[in-house]
Design a protein around this ligand. Structure first.
Ligand SMILES: [Zn+2]
Length: 393
């Protein structure tokens, strides 16, 4: 309800100032330059952008919704989301257009799912939420280390997740923040930390029986020169940046290998990413390998490749400062941290210590009463909403 009210107020403000906001879909055939041309925006708006900003433009997805805001029929600005956190804003200023990445304003709502098992884990959770999203996500949280199949009548599933809203509409996928699976009175808790990984309440990482399905795309490299980040503020440039992949600095010519088996879905020049290859894997995952010096022999769209197979060679093509591999991983079209998927095959159990452990314990404390409260009732998706970043009344 408060969300709807906010949106209504927002529309009213627009109306009073003779402003109009309209949403469009990004056409798969459209390049950024043709897009500028279509709206009579000078091409130098793109050429004046710096290297990293240009590279990020490649992250605009086909089908992406973007908005054009007008005042008295003239474009005020155009906003195009490039990730869940940032959007490119083209602003029509007196001196001409400027291009800048700015945070996407959104509301985060915390929601709860709490159900008791009647038949089985998968059946009941799918039925209650009307989607298979949560069963898939939970399997990832626990990395196959708990026996979902053993769940019986009376066992419980509790999920606390956050959902983003933009202009009153659902935006991006829900994120499980904390969860509990109870099997025969034995609780298995999962808590999300800011490294994108899930831990139990004592700080043990869930990956004991995980089969590594993605490997590092380089056998040898010098160092990671840039990590994954959805949004970071550059204190000197005073602007926002994002890096939707991992950069591995490596000697030019080093073999780049397929991180997992799949089918090549793109091979070609990809703007700021230069010579690139994209591979489609199972479960809606796609990987990107960019800035290549050359492709390996026989690479073409539609060809199947095996994990570990050489697909190209490290270079510096596109908008790149030095020889490195930009490695991106997308889940259902959304960029996610590849570090979350590349796991080492190891039997040692990772356990949190120090500051990270303190952070986890804070989360455990925060959710403990909520778990208790949710245990005694059935709560389905649409109910129980609390806006975490909305203005307080
Ligand atoms: Zn990169």
């Amino acid at each position: 309800m408060p969300l709807k009210l906010l949106f209504t107020l927002f529309s009213l403000v627009l109306f009073l100032q003779n402003l109009s906001a309209k949403d469009y879909k990004w056409n798969a055939k459209m390049t950024f330059l043709t897009f500028l041309e279509n709206h009579n925006i000078p091409l130098k708006t793109y050429y004046n952008m710096d290297r990293e900003d240009k590279e990020l433009i490649q992250e605009i997805r086909a089908g992406q919704t973007y908005s054009i805001n007008k005042k008295n029929g003239e474009i005020v600005n155009i906003t195009i989301p490039i990730s869940d956190e940032l959007m490119l804003e083209l602003k029509n200023a007196k001196k001409g257009y400027t291009a800048k990445y700015v945070p996407i304003p959104y509301a985060i709502v915390e929601k709860t799912i709490s159900i008791q098992i009647k038949n089985s884990f998968e059946k009941d959770l799918k039925k209650a939420t009307k989607t298979s999203y949560y069963t898939k996500e939970l399997k990832e949280v626990y990395s196959k280390s708990i026996p979902f199949k053993k769940m019986k009548k009376g066992d419980r599933i509790i999920i606390f997740y956050t959902q983003k809203y933009r202009n009153g509409k659902v935006f991006s996928s829900p994120v499980i923040q904390a969860c509990l699976i109870e099997i025969n009175k034995k609780p298995f808790y999962g808590f999300l930390l800011d490294d994108d990984k899930y831990y139990d309440s004592l700080g043990k990482k869930y990956e004991r029986t995980y089969h590594s399905t993605f490997i590092r795309p380089l056998r040898k490299f010098k160092r990671i020169s840039s990590y994954f980040t959805y949004k970071r503020f550059h204190p000197i440039l005073k602007r926002y940046r994002a890096h939707l992949g991992i950069d591995y600095a490596a000697r030019p010519g080093r073999a780049i290998v397929a991180s997992s088996s799949g089918t090549i879905s793109f091979k070609g020049w990809k703007g700021g990413y230069g010579r690139a290859i994209k591979i489609k894997h199972s479960n809606g995952i796609e990987t990107l390998y960019a800035h290549m010096r050359a492709w390996a022999k026989g690479m073409r769209k539609g060809r199947k490749v095996k994990q570990g197979q050489t697909i190209g060679y490290v270079g510096t093509s596109g908008r790149s400062t030095g020889p490195h591999l930009h490695f991106g991983l997308y889940k259902n079209g959304k960029a996610v941290n590849p570090g979350r998927y590349i796991r080492k095959k190891t039997a040692t159990v990772v356990k949190l210590k120090g500051k990270k452990y303190q952070k986890l314990r804070k989360l455990v404390k925060k959710y403990r009463p909520q778990f208790k409260e949710s245990k005694s009732k059935t709560i389905l998706k649409e109910k129980s909403e609390e806006c975490l970043n909305c203005l307080k009344k």
